[in-house]
Design a protein around this ligand. Structure first.
Ligand code: SF4
Length: 368
């Protein structure tokens, strides 16, 4: 299994989904890393993450203001253009303002038989946990109704096991990526993670195991590259990472919504699988739309130490209120700990590569 297989998997995701449909499978799209994929999977439905593209946004501009992040505009644009016409449903969880409103906007303009919205609380209190459990129970019974039979606990437990396996394998590859002279670059790892959003997890786990077994151990010598942790929201353009690597950087750790934040935490098995899922999704590394962010900051500091990170690069979608709101807090913590930080704001594919390159090169020079 090679990186190009993961790249192809992502590139052909819509074609593959249409094949699954022909085979009689049902497919649900979900937004963000807060939708409990395991519940959808346990219903015998394939969950795929709705992501944007590098195509020019045209149709979405009639529905979303120009001060909405490029990611959300691109996702809706893809939907309006019919790219996701194979979806039997969509599930989204309360995260940022735009994602809260997305199910309404999507379903008013794009035909989709099932729309699920999880009012996931932002806090981590006991009361918030009970609320999330109730939200999951509602989703579960709506899924029961949709598929015409009850999802049993064993099916949920099996899905939990499969998803946990996937997370463990990704974590192992994440650690390999953090080695000196790693056989897997930061941009390669991004391709690997992204393919998992659009591949049934059992098949994906085989791909991950095969990639891991074929990976030759790194030569232990240092490669002289500047070691970075990349933090931020989501972006479609892998060149953002490639450009850092081409300029002499090595991405050895991340705190990305489309990276380690997605797979870091496991679901702890318990007698009530819905409670276990609620535990995991409530206590997972918090995206900036959830509180408190102290643990995420602590994890960033730990990763910096563990992987001998020399600088942090924050890549944030322009107009992403949640990440932007939290940025000064992260900046102050990194400053207090003497960790250099570079801030890049992206609108995905708007010709920003040139100016980013200059800034990244200057940052690397400063750290050498
Ligand atoms: S990038 Fe930010 S604003 Fe856009 S969908 Fe994600 S969290 Fe919301």
């Amino acid at each position: 299994m090679m990186i190009k297989d993961f790249q192809e998997r992502y590139a052909k995701r819509h074609e593959l989904a249409r094949e699954w449909k022909k085979d009689g499978k049902k497919i649900f799209g979900y937004f963000c890393g807060y939708a409990p994929e395991e519940l959808i999977d346990a219903a015998g439905i394939i969950p795929v993450r709705i992501l944007g593209s590098l195509d020019k946004v045209s149709l979405a501009d009639s529905h979303l203001q120009s001060f909405i992040c490029a990611f959300a505009r691109s996702c809706l644009d893809q939907g309006l253009k019919g790219t996701y016409d194979y979806l039997d449903g969509m599930v989204t969880s309360k995260t940022c303002d735009i994602m809260r409103n997305m199910p309404g906007i999507w379903s008013r303009n794009i035909e989709v038989p099932f729309v699920g919205y999880i009012g996931a609380p932002a806090k981590r209190t006991k009361a918030a946990r009970e609320c999330l459990i109730e939200e999951y129970k509602i989703l579960r019974s709506r899924l029961d109704e949709f598929i015409g039979k009850q999802i049993d606990d064993d099916s949920i437990n099996r899905s939990i096991e499969t998803y946990n396996e996937s997370r463990k394998l990704l974590k192992e590859l994440y650690e390999i990526r953090g080695e000196d002279n790693p056989p897997l670059s930061g941009s390669d790892f991004y391709h690997v993670v992204r393919a998992g959003f659009v591949t049934p997890k059992e098949e994906y786990n085989k791909m991950l195991s095969s990639l891991k077994s074929e990976m030759t151990p790194s030569k232990s010598s240092r490669d002289g590259k500047v070691r970075f942790l990349v933090s931020g929201s989501t972006f479609e353009d892998v060149n953002m990472l490639k450009m850092i690597e081409d300029a002499g950087g090595s991405i050895v750790a991340d705190d990305l919504c489309i990276g380690s934040r997605y797979f870091w935490d496991l679901v702890e098995p318990a007698s009530d699988p819905v409670r276990s899922l609620a535990d995991r999704y409530q206590m997972r590394i918090a995206c900036p739309c959830k509180h408190p962010s102290d643990e995420r900051m602590e994890r960033i500091l730990e990763e910096v130490k563990k992987h001998r990170v020399q600088g942090v690069i924050s890549i944030v979608q322009k107009y992403c209120d949640t990440h932007l709101f939290e940025y000064p807090y992260m900046r102050d913590i990194l400053q207090k700990n003497g960790i250099p930080l570079l801030y890049l704001e992206t609108e995905d594919r708007l010709g920003e590569e040139g100016q980013f390159k200059t800034r990244v090169q200057a940052f690397i020079e400063m750290l050498k």
